[in-house]
Design a protein around this ligand. Structure first.
Ligand code: UD1
Ligand code: CA
Length: 459
């Protein structure tokens, strides 16, 4: 088989995005656009991926790392000039070169592989991936010759009125015979409306030399969406969301309302899990089987084991063990672990704490920097006071303990197994195993207080 190379164009600033962030680093469902493009290229099993960087070169390089080689384009003089930058790496080498745009994130590995196969079968010097657009505005138009072959590509800004009516567009994706590409690339000039070296001009040059230029038309126009503006970014996000959600449903996950469920690229979900609307699952989240994710939930970089339930809550970088339940309206901050069958009810905040098996933290409680044992009951309104204004300290609570409502556990403090805390206590010292700690003022009743107090008024 021929060697296959990919050149990804990612040097542009993306002026039309009006953003501090470089265009190709704008994420779609948790992955920067250029990541989607490079992953698709790698999925098509190519021998080399070379990314052309300019604006944001370091950021893009850091992000892609080992996945690509990099060439720096100092000045962005156009797409042909960008491909020219890889000359030292590719010139004279036998093989097929695919050029992809870093801002075309919906293109699939399958499409890229099909394009290369088609191109090689046709023995063409260039093959343009085209699509039929409902609204071709902004894209280069594919102008067919009389025999139906591709004559040339004209950019929006250079097109005549008649040419603008053409609905067939250049997707910005091409296959070239690598040797032929670098033989003619420096013949491209910049005599056009934008004063740029246009890669699509290669088509006309090859035609003049009577070389074979072919076109492959995408069935699914969606894939060719080029993201130049935030409007297109939202369209791409919608299409990507539909793709991801559909795959999860095919795999056996119930999405009550897929239109209002956002699942990022790397999230895994087991069978028979049910996900309610307005849920956002992010990062490297792994959700088991038979999990229930109730509405308005955000889960990021977390593990939710089988049979767990999370409702109307925010879960960050935490683990919820099998059969545990969280919410409504609770917040697990990073490094929290909720044990098997434990119950975290409403308005509970947990930070960097482990909660043992079957322990209950039902209502209005803050647990920070703590290790809470198994089968513990934490009453309403308990505060783990972990911060003294200077540093954070930890609290441990032994198995089978009972923390009465509205208590403060002032860290650092240890409570042994089977310990009790009387409601309303402020605990600052250790409670040994099996002991009850009471730390509050004694109640005093003043008899006949009311009548004494209102004596004057009642006369
Ligand atoms: C380009 C095509 C157009 C096609 C469209 C599809 C040209 C001249 N036009 O237009 O025919 O319909 O894509 O989406 O190619 N880039 C560089 N270096 C440069 C210039 C651009 O790396 O010097 C990169 C950009 O970062 C971007 C990609 O090339 O990722 C395409 O450039 P862009 O300016 O977005 O081209 P379009 O106007 O969209
Ligand atoms: Ca573009």
């Amino acid at each position: 088989m021929k060697k296959r190379y990919v050149v990804v164009l990612a040097a542009g600033q993306g002026t039309r995005m009006k953003s501090k962030l470089y265009k190709v680093m704008h994420p779609i469902l948790g992955r920067p656009m250029v990541g989607h493009v490079v992953d698709a290229a790698l999925g098509a099993k190519v021998d080399r991926v070379i990314t052309i960087t300019g604006f944001g070169a370091d950021v893009i390089k850091d992000y892609l790392g080992e996945k690509s080689e990099f060439v720096y384009q100092e000045e962005q003089l156009g797409t042909a000039h960008a491909v020219e930058q890889a000359r030292d790496l590719l010139e004279g080498q036998e093989g097929t070169t695919v050029v992809l745009s870093g801002d075309t994130p919906l293109l699939t590995a399958e499409t890229i592989a099909n394009l290369m196969d088609f191109h090689e079968r046709e023995e063409a010097k260039a093959t343009v991936l085209t699509a039929m657009a409902d609204d071709p505005f902004g894209y280069g138009r594919v102008i067919r010759a009389e025999d139906g072959s591709v004559g040339k590509i004209v950019e929006e800004k250079d097109a005549s009125e008649e040419e603008r009516l053409v609905r067939e567009i250049n997707t910005g994706t091409y296959c070239f015979d690598n040797e032929a590409l670098y033989e003619i690339l420096n013949q491209v000039d910049n005599n056009n409306a934008q004063g740029e070296y246009y890669l699509p001009d290669v088509v006309e040059i090859l035609n003049e030399k009577n070389e074979i230029v072919s076109a492959h038309t995408l069935e699914n126009m969606d894939e060719s969406l080029g993201v130049n503006t935030r409007v297109a970014l939202s369209q791409a996000t919608k299409i990507m969301r539909e793709r991801i959600n559909k795959q999860h449903m095919i795999n056996g996950v119930t999405l009550i309302d897929p239109e209002n469920t956002y699942i990022e690229m790397d999230v895994e979900i087991g069978r028979d899990t049910v996900i309610e609307p307005n849920t956002y699952l992010k990062g490297k989240t792994v959700i088991g089987e038979d999990v229930f994710v109730g509405m308005n939930t955000m889960i990021e970089d977390s593990i939710i084991e089988d049979h767990a339930e999370v409702t109307q809550s925010v879960i960050e970088n935490s683990i919820i063990r099998s059969g545990a339940d969280v919410g409504p309206h609770s917040h697990l901050r990073p490094k929290s672990e909720i044990g098997e069958g434990a119950h975290i009810g409403n308005y509970v905040e947990i930070k960097k704490a482990t909660i043992g098996k079957k322990t209950k933290v039902g209502h209005h409680t803050y647990v920070g920097d703590a290790k809470v044992g198994e089968d513990v009951n934490i009453g309403c309104g308990v505060v783990f006071a972990n911060y003294d204004g200077k540093s954070k300290s930890t609290t441990t609570v032994g198995d089978h303990s009972f923390i009465g409502s509205n208590s403060n556990l002032v860290a650092p403090v240890n409570l042994g197994d089977n310990s009790f805390v009387a409601a309303g206590s402020t605990i600052t010292e250790e409670i040994p195993e099996n002991a009850l700690g009471i730390a509050r003022a004694r109640q005093v009743n003043k008899e006949d207080f009311y009548t004494e107090y209102f004596k004057e008024e009642n006369k």
